[in-house]
Design a protein around this ligand. Structure first.
Ligand code: NAD
Length: 308
């Protein structure tokens, strides 16, 4: 329903704050669902790189608060109240972009998520980054979560094919466990799942890691080589040579060593001999989720859990 947006093209630089000198100066970006969590982390990093960042959310107050934090990083931030599951609100958002920035949109990050699929399954033009998760590979949390993530991954792959002739890249980003406000609150609870979550939080990433990934992709001259792929935050951290905002390396959640340590913590000393950079090959991950292979011996699905 959205009117077509401007194609990826070199942009004139805009004045104001750091936007004259940042890596993404003059770029116009839109991040859906950015009043908190990963969306806000991405908006913060895009702003720090000097971009104009439109952020959306359903409630004005938290969105305006987030916009103030995002602008403080140097770029221009425009908060727009918009429920991504409502067609008419999405159309109005794109209409506004069409008017305000001459219809240009360089980077679209579809992040808005509320456990329902019609919030995350829309697309536009430009560099499109769809935020998804390994829940797209196999059962995680509950049925709508997996269906939504698998659909997001497929949306990005198929859009990449159709948009390639226009020079527009479309990728999926899988963060690891992210220390969002919601995850930290969940970890304050109790129960076996919470105990497991608390252990995993030590190896989690900040919401700005996804932002650094998006900035890296938006500045990558070879971006078309990645179009259509599922990209993992630890892989992009290595490719674009960045660390988390606290200076720690981004945890490699597909590292053979890290997975073995998680499964058999008593043998940690032994597994430490395996270099962390040795990851499970992507083809093996694909086989793990193959629709034609026997599903792992789960007699019953675990009790449906909360989404992350
Ligand atoms: N947190 C993690 O550890 C983690 C890991 C991997 C992937 N992910 C994925 O990243 C995405 C973002 O997750 P998060 O943890 O930041 O979630 P979150 O709940 O912290 O934030 C979601 C944001 O989207 C907004 N939103 C929800 N529905 C919306 C709608 N209809 N219209 C507009 N905005 C809407 C919310 O207001 C909020 O700002 C999700 O797709 C999630 O599955 C999260």
């Amino acid at each position: 329903a959205a009117p077509p947006l401007g194609r990826l093209r070199p942009a004139p630089s805009r004045g104001g704050g750091m936007s004259g000198g940042g890596r993404l100066a003059g770029r116009v970006c839109l991040v859906t669902g950015a009043s908190r969590g990963i969306g806000k982390g991405i908006a913060l990093q895009l702003s720090e790189a000097g971009a104009t960042v439109y952020i959306t959310g359903r409630q004005r107050e938290p969105l305006v608060r987030a916009a103030a934090e995002v602008s403080a990083r140097g770029g221009r931030c425009v908060p727009v109240v918009c429920d991504s599951s409502r067609e008419e609100e999405v159309a109005a958002l794109f209409e506004r972009l069409q008017q305000a920035d001459g219809g240009r949109l360089d980077v679209l990050v579809t992040n808005a998520f509320s456990g329902i699929n019609n919030a995350g399954l829309r697309a536009g033009r430009g560099l499109i980054v769809v935020i998804s998760s390994p829940g797209g590979l196999r059962y995680m949390f509950n049925v709508p979560y997996g269906v939504g993530k698998a659909a997001c991954d497929r949306l990005a792959a198929d859009c990449a094919l159709e948009l390639r002739p226009y020079g527009v890249a479309c990728v999926t980003l899988w963060p690891g466990l992210v220390r969002t406000e919601a995850v930290l609150k969940e970890a304050e609870g109790s129960g076996p799942w919470v105990v497991q979550l608390q252990k995993m939080i030590g190896n989690s990433e900040s919401p700005e890691v996804s932002g650094k990934c998006v900035v890296g992709l938006a500045s990558d001259p070879a971006i078309m080589c990645h179009s259509g792929k599922v990209l993992l935050t630890p892989d992009l951290a290595r490719r674009y040579r960045f660390r988390d905002v606290d200076g720690r390396p981004v945890y490699n959640y597909v590292s053979v060593r890290n997975i073995l340590v998680m499964l058999m913590p008593r043998l940690t000393c032994l597994f430490r001999l395996i270099p962390e950079c040795v990851s499970i090959p992507k083809w093996a991950l694909t086989l793990y989720s193959s629709k034609f292979s026997v599903y792992p011996p789960l007699q019953t699905a675990p009790k449906p859990g909360k989404n992350i």
